[in-house]
Ligand binder design. Structure first.
Ligand code: BJW
Ligand code: ZN
Length: 250
């Protein structure tokens, strides 16, 4: 049975990497990017919002979108999937959590220092001088699709931008390096709720597999990572992960 196979691999591992995408936060109420009915980008054009060019052309639209998402995330809670990932740290000798998500639900579930490959909704910075900027005051969630003008930098008056990684931008070097190191050294990589379409993040499970690790995938849908997964657990993360952790350490 797939769950028992995955539990055995986890229980024997010395270093486990958990690699997460938007799907792990779906059951908290945070929309994914590419799911046909609920994805954020089924309502908005991704290329129109998640690129440096879009911010240059229409900063109010892009800032408004990120403010809407930041405040949505502040109103939701970590789910059983995030909590099970945090519990893993009490069982395995070494655990590295690598997330593509810009929310803070792993931290709020109790995972210490997850590696954020694509930045964070909570670390705005100046688009001109790159200095960090304070989060805007107020917690009134703007209406979906509403334009909100970004604040100006206190040092150079440049526009403040979200601290996330847009298409065509480099990932934070230290984060990518430590993620690649962990992926190449681990015994098991557990990939959860990612479509595996966005690079260089999507290379990490492949790197782990090439380095001899067992890849376990948790996802209700097929993904391009299916062929490299030693075990495929088909279903939602908040249902599968608590059972997986219990099966490994019962
Ligand atoms: C559930 C579930 C449940 C549902 N339980 N699961 C090589 C080949 C081709 C292209 C490239 C390449 N290398 C680089 C590129 C270009 C580009 C890229 O990858 N393009 C592809 C789309 C083709 N990459 C980049 O531009 C990157 N930068 C870069 O490469 O720099 C170097 C460079 C610079 C300049 C020139 C040349 C090179 C940067 C990528 C940044 C990605 N940023 C985003 C936005 C972040 C900010 C924001 O949040 O708005 O990151 S895009 C978006 O996708 C976001 C996500 O982190 C990322 C991944 O998405 P994720 O998490 O997988 O979500 P979904 O929605 O796709 O999937 C959800 C999954 O969950 C599904 O599978 C569901 O089934 C599942 N699910 N419910 C479990 N309950
Ligand atoms: Zn500045």
């Amino acid at each position: 049975m797939a769950l028992n196979d995955a539990a055995k691999l986890l229980a024997q591992a010395r270093h486990v990497v958990v690699f997460t995408g938007a799907g792990i936060s779906a059951e908290s109420g945070v929309p994914t990017f590419r799911d046909a009915l609920t994805g954020l980008w089924s309502r908005f054009d991704a290329q129109a919002l998640a690129t440096p060019q879009a911010f240059q052309e229409d900063p109010d639209l892009v800032w408004g979108w990120y403010e809407w998402r930041r405040q949505l995330v502040q109103r939701v809670r970590p789910n059983q999937g995030h909590l099970a990932v945090a519990r893993l740290a009490t069982h395995v000798p070494q655990l590295t959590v690598i997330t593509q998500n810009v929310d803070d639900l792993h931290e709020r579930a109790g995972s210490e220092s997850p590696v954020h490959l694509h930045g964070s909704l909570f670390s705005p910075r100046c688009a001109t001088c790159s200095r960090p900027a304070p989060l805007p005051a107020g917690d009134e969630q703007p209406e979906e699709g509403r334009r909100v003008p970004p604040p100006h930098c206190a040092h150079c008056a440049g526009l403040i931008r979200p601290g996330v990684v847009w298409f065509g931008e480099q990932l934070p070097e230290a984060a990518l390096e430590s993620a690649a190191r962990a992926a190449s050294e681990c015994d098991v990589l557990l990939t959860i709720g990612t479509s595996g379409l966005v690079y260089p993040a999507a290379e990490l499970p492949r790197l782990a597999a090439r380095s001899g690790a067992a890849v376990i995938q948790v996802n209700p849908q097929p993904t391009p990572l299916d062929p490299i997964a030693r075990v495929n657990l088909v279903g939602p993360a908040a249902e599968i992960l608590p059972g997986l952790v219990s099966a490994a350490w019962s």
